[in-house]
Each structure stands twice: as structure tokens, then as C-alpha cells.
Write a protein that binds this ligand. Sequence first.
Ligand SMILES: Nc1ncnc2c1ncn2[C@@H]1O[C@H](COP(=O)(O)OP(=O)(O)O)[C@@H](O)[C@H]1O
Ligand SMILES: [Mg+2]
Length: 139
Amino acid sequence: MEAIRVKDTDDLPEVADLLLQMLRPGGVVAFYGEMGAGKTTLIRAICERLGVQDNVNSPTFSIVNEYRTEAGEPIFHFDFYRIDRPEEALDFGSEEYLSSGYRCLIEWPEKVESLLADDIDRVYIRVSADGAREITVNP
Ligand SMILES: Nc1ncnc2c1ncn2[C@@H]1O[C@H](COP(=O)(O)OP(=O)(O)O)[C@@H](O)[C@H]1O
Ligand SMILES: [Mg+2]
């Protein structure tokens, strides 16, 4: 599949809509990309398209934030950056969230790869030399 090129953040609402068509409804989505690649920003854009009114930021005091869509569905936003071992994520009850059937959007999924099913959606964000982002879905 071809990468989706995102020149700047103005393109993100449109890109978020496109991704929402490509992703499994209500599933787990892992966002891969280096620090500053734009994982949080993309997750925020997706949440906005789902009518989330809450502030979308990486969880600071825990590893998961919960938002509500316009339709009242929960969305769980994980950031596993500070996790060293998958067992720590288990202590937070991550497995219950991941198997809840609600949408789970995950930053730093590399940290908990052994907890993730094979059939989740995987989104890769790459920063190109000119600062644009290249997004690949389930390559
Ligand atoms: N598609 C994009 N094009 C240009 N800049 C972007 C894009 N996505 C994110 N950025 C910028 O990159 C910076 C880091 O984004 P952030 O979402 O915090 O990255 P991450 O969560 O991957 O560490 C922010 O200043 C953001 O505005
Ligand atoms: Mg982030």
C-alpha cells in the first residue's frame, strides 16, 4: 500500500477520515513512530473526527486516558513510553481495555508488543527530510 503523505497538520482532519475508513471499527490501533513523529497529533485528529470534546493529550499521570465520542462510546488512549516491561502494563489493567471491544489508540506499542494481538491495526508514521509525514497503514 502507498504511504499517505501529510504535508502539514492542516491536512490531518482529512487524513483522519481516511484512516477511520481503513481501520477496523472499534478496534485496537498501534501507532509507531519516533519521538515527535506525530503520534499524539494524529490520535487527536482521529478523536476530533469522532466528536471527542475532551482534551486529547498523552496521559501524564497514568498510562491511559479515556475520552467519549459524540455517540458516547469510550475511546482509550495509551502511551506506554515510560513502561519498561509489558508486565507493568498488565498492572494497569491494560488487558481489560485491550479486550473491551472499545477503540484503543496506542502510542509506543513496541513496549507491549507481547500483549498485542496479531490482527490489530498498525499505523506507521515516518518523518521525511522535508518535515512532511508519511503514514502507512497495515503494510
Ligand atoms: N503531519 C504533520 N506535519 C507536520 N508537523 C506535524 C505533523 N504531525 C505532528 N506534527 C508536529 O510534530 C510535533 C510532535 O508531534 P507529537 O504528536 O507530539 O509527536 P509524538 O506523539 O509522536 O511524539 C508537534 O509539534 C506537531 O505539531
Ligand atoms: Mg506522543
